[in-house]
Design a protein around this ligand. Structure first.
Ligand code: NAP
Ligand code: G4F
Length: 364
């Protein structure tokens, strides 16, 4: 019988958790790399722990030896390299750490595979990103669009992209990049803009937060559903030849639109008035200002026009980019957060604190 053994770095993250569920469902033995943390917080994969085919191992993307030992122990047939410092704003505050994990980390994984002589038997997926297009040179963006990275995060990820391509050509390894556009979910980190909005809409609707402060409301993104996107990671590794693919919905919306729809879902109709730093989202019914702009959330350089063209993935992988619409995505995130805020008083107290920090611009 064919061995199906997957090693996932970044298993505790949004995508890692969905990918684990997906691969377990396909009969894989799934091994996840976790790193030591003082709180051992593994909320997204807690429901999988104890599953017979699901195993966790301590290692770190900054520690080559730990990666060499782990790859040797697991002998994976597929590696999904999802681990990263994935927050663009944070990459301006911690650029060196970001480069170490997001750029050199990719090289460490490739070398761990070579050191264990698995280059002919192990396929590697690299979590590349639409941030590579950065200060975009054309819209929409496809596999041939030139890159113009526009943050320390994107520059680090560009190294990851090229080193994957280099090892594919130099050593004939089956390693590929999925150039994924933004994908969100109920499990999205709470300081990414979509989740920040859905949590705030839920808290404001339930009287647990007064106001939401955001940065650039006009920024445009191609937002998809993370659960749909992990299937593509797997499809890319099942393809006959190792190739890179753009994964996106092909539909673009602004942060302002996301905000409008999320609040509408909790019964609040917002009207946006003013411009730039003076723009406000006002509750049409009560006249209360619920959304304000804070320059604390502006970035030194911001990527403002991401829009993906998933034609190649549709054609060659048979992937359906329209499985979950933008409206469905916003709805499922808001519904989840309405329940979460209502159900968990203790947690919402912690969130209140986080919200206060967010309002003061301490945590992006
Ligand atoms: P995420 O929720 O932030 O998860 C990142 C994962 O990386 C976490 O499991 C984290 O572990 C792990 N990690 C960070 N530093 C590490 C280190 N030094 N050693 C080991 N593990 C480390 O990110 P995501 O949204 O799931 O995204 C997954 C990947 O896709 C990332 O590479 C991201 O850059 C890329 N990507 C994401 C999107 C998107 O829209 N979500 C789009 C394009 C590309 P802890 O839990 O311990 O922090
Ligand atoms: O939600 P974001 O922080 O995501 P961003 O920067 O697009 O990065 C995410 O997607 C990338 C794929 O394109 C991934 F590679 C990356 O790992 C990550 O998952 O910000 C989206 C947009 C930005 O233009 C930002 O300036 O929203 C704007 N924004 C406006 N107000 C805000 C806020 N972003 C955040 N995080 N917080 C705000 O208050």
């Amino acid at each position: 019988m064919e061995r199906k053994v997957a090693l996932i770095t970044g298993v505790t993250g949004q995508d890692g958790s969905y990918l684990s569920e997906f691969l377990l469902g396909k009969g894989y033995s799934v091994h996840g790399l976790i790193r030591r943390s003082s709180v051992d917080y593994r909320e997204r994969i807690a429901h999988l722990e104890g599953t017979p085919n699901f195993h966790l191992h301590y290692a770190d993307m900054n520690d080559s030896m730990s990666l060499v030992k782990l790859v040797g122990l697991v002998q994976p047939t597929e590696i999904y390299n999802l681990a990263a410092q994935s927050h663009v704003q944070v990459s301006f505050d911690a650029p060196e750490f970001t480069a170490d994990v997001d750029a050199v980390g990719v090289l460490r994984i490739l070398e761990a595979v070579r050191t264990n002589h698995l280059e002919k038997s192990c396929r590697i997926y690299q979590a590349s990103t639409s941030e590579l297009y950065g200060k975009v040179e054309e819209v929409p963006q496809n596999e041939k669009t030139p890159f113009h990275p526009y943050s320390p995060y994107a520059v680090a990820k560009l190294y990851g992209y090229w080193i994957i391509k280099e090892y594919r050509e130099a050593y004939n390894m089956f390693c590929c990049s999925g150039i994924l556009f933004n994908h969100e979910s109920e499990r999205r980190g709470e300081t990414f803009v979509t989740r920040k909005i859905t949590l705030a809409a839920a808290r404001i609707a339930q009287g647990k937060q007064d106001k939401l402060y955001l940065g650039n409301l006009s920024s445009l993104r191609d937002w998809g559903y993370a659960r749909d996107y992990v299937e593509c990671m797997w499809l890319i590794l099942q393809h006959e030849t190792p190739e890179d693919f753009v994964i996106a919905t092909g539909v673009q919306h602004s942060v302002r639109e996301f905000c409008y729809l999320a609040f509408k879902h909790v019964g609040i109709e917002l009207e946006f008035q003013g411009e730039g730093e003076n723009e406000k989202g006002i509750d049409k019914k009560t006249g209360r200002v619920l959304v304000e702009v804070s320059p604390d959330f502006y970035r030194p350089t911001d990527v403002v026009n991401l829009w993906g063209d998933p034609t190649k993935a549709k054609r060659e992988l048979g992937w359906n980019p329209a499985k979950t619409t933008f409206e469905q995505l916003v709805a499922l995130m808001v519904e989840h957060d309405m329940k979460k805020v209502a159900a968990d008083d203790a947690a919402s107290r912690v969130h209140m604190n986080l919200a206060e920090y967010l309002e003061k611009g301490v945590v992006k």
